[in-house]
Design a protein around this ligand. Structure first.
Ligand SMILES: Cc1cc2nc3c(=O)[nH]c(=O)nc-3n(C[C@H](O)[C@H](O)[C@H](O)COP(=O)(O)OP(=O)(O)OC[C@H]3O[C@@H](n4cnc5c(N)ncnc54)[C@H](O)[C@@H]3O)c2cc1C
Length: 398
């Protein structure tokens, strides 16, 4: 089903209305200095196949880049206060933030990296503890410490939350502030020289715009190419597995990451887990096949070794989604194209786009309104580094 917009001209058109599109729409509409009109065009308002809906919905401050730490600290504060900020007609959405922390387990090599990151994290206000094996076992006795040297644990601002709740909260609030959403697909972008003038929709409608924001997630590269632009972003499959454990782990269990990249966290009465795949090709964004052998061959053996209680587990659910993976440096590309300056990128989140949505939406709204960032300088994420082929590497990738 496609819908027609109420007007033919908007100050800002946002392509993709999942978490980043809706966050950007909300922050713009909520900014008293922005007086323009906003249209969000979303091809599938159920979001069923968006990364937002298929995410493991977690947030951490244990990054290597100061900007990523600050983005997530802002995200954690925003999540905690989401109900108050997003309330409409007295209804306060609750994102049920499970602030259980992230636990990075490390062998000798990994521990050297954790020690290096620890200083940066502390300097940027992250509440993180670095433990030797004895401290680790004392706190989480269900971990088998074999081959481990230590661990890093986030005491605050880390955990998991309701992903659908976040996108729905942003969308509902944005609408209440006057943002228009339509179900339709952008199939072409109109450009005159270095200026984007509008978009063409699947039913042939043409909408004119002052600024276009590309929040098309795993289709972000396709949308950029409609304007003759390119970004190093590819859809990469991630399979997630929900499993039942006969003997549940006791106490507050964090999102735990083995040195191999295998991770798990509680999911209600079950656990959710997966891995960073060893072979990681670009995939068709329509391909949602779960790699079951990944669980059998890579995930379960490590889980069973690292947590003896996980020897007896049973998969009860699974799904696959796609990272919009930035092959340059695993970091988001945010802000204008250097020449086509009214084309804004909001792409390449590489597995941390849900937690980053509040800070990124706020940043883009500042950029569109004032022509500069005000609260948090997101310039390290700009498109300039793509032109210069200058990676802004993030060492802590999951
Ligand atoms: C398995 C998995 C686990 C993850 N775990 C985490 C995590 O723990 N923490 C975290 O922070 N992040 C995580 N991520 C990443 C995070 O989910 C994404 O980075 C984030 O949701 C991206 O949001 P988005 O709004 O930019 O894009 P998407 O959610 O991909 O949405 C893009 C939207 O654009 C629409 N669209 C596309 N093309 C068009 C078009 N031409 N016209 C109109 N509409 C269009 C789509 O329908 C879609 O709704 C995970 C991702 C996956 C797949």
């Amino acid at each position: 089903m496609v819908a027609t917009a109420s007007k033919q001209n908007y100050d800002v058109v946002i392509v993709g209305g999942a978490v980043n599109g809706s966050s950007t729409a909300y922050f713009l509409a909520n900014n008293p200095d922005f007086n323009g009109s906003i249209l969000v065009i979303e091809r599938d308002p159920t979001y069923a196949q968006s990364a937002t809906a298929l995410s493991s919905s977690s947030i951490r401050v244990q990054f290597s880049n100061p900007i990523n730490i600050q983005i997530s600290k802002y995200g954690a504060d925003f999540i905690r206060d989401f109900g108050n900020t997003m309330q409409v007609d007295g209804e306060k959405p609750d994102l049920t933030f499970h602030e259980n922390g992230y636990l990075f387990l490390a062998d000798q090599k990994g521990f050297d990296v954790l020690q290096r990151l620890h200083e940066t994290q502390l300097q940027n206000g992250a509440q993180v503890d670095l433990w030797d094996v004895d401290q680790l076992i004392q706190r989480f006795p269900w971990v088998n410490p074999e081959s481990l040297k230590g661990a890093s644990y986030g005491r605050a601002d880390e955990g998991w939350f309701d992903n659908y709740g976040m996108v729905n909260g942003f969308r509902r609030k944005a609408r209440s502030l006057g943002v228009e959403y339509i179900e339709n697909e952008v199939v072409d972008i109109l450009r005159e020289g270095n200026k984007i003038t509008g978009v063409r929709l699947t039913n042939g409608d043409v909408i004119r715009c002052g600024t276009l924001v590309n929040c098309a997630g795993t289709r972000g590269t396709k949308v950029a190419r409609m304007a003759g632009l390119d970004i190093p972003v590819e859809p990469r499959r991630r399979s997630l597995f929900v499993f039942d454990c006969r003997t549940p782990l006791e106490g507050k269990v964090p999102l735990t990451i083995d040195p191999t990249g295998v991770f798990f966290r509680p999911e209600g009465q079950f656990y959710l887990g997966g891995t960073y795949p060893k072979v990681d090709p670009e995939v068709d964004p329509e391909d949602f096949d779960v790699l079951h052998q990944e669980f059998d061959e890579e995930v379960w053996p490590i889980l069973a070794e690292r947590v003896p209680a996980f020897e007896a587990i049973k998969v009860v659910n699974s799904w696959a989604g796609h990272y919009d993976y930035c092959v340059l440096d695993h970091n988001a590309i945010v802000g204008p194209h250097n020449e086509v300056t009214n084309f804004m990128f909001c792409n390449g989140f590489s597995g941390h786009g849900l937690q980053q949505a509040p800070a990124i939406g706020r940043g883009l709204s500042e950029l569109i309104t004032y022509g500069e960032y005000r609260e948090l300088d997101l310039n390290p994420l700009s498109y300039q580094r793509v032109i210069e082929n200058r990676p802004f590497l993030e060492d802590s990738v999951i």
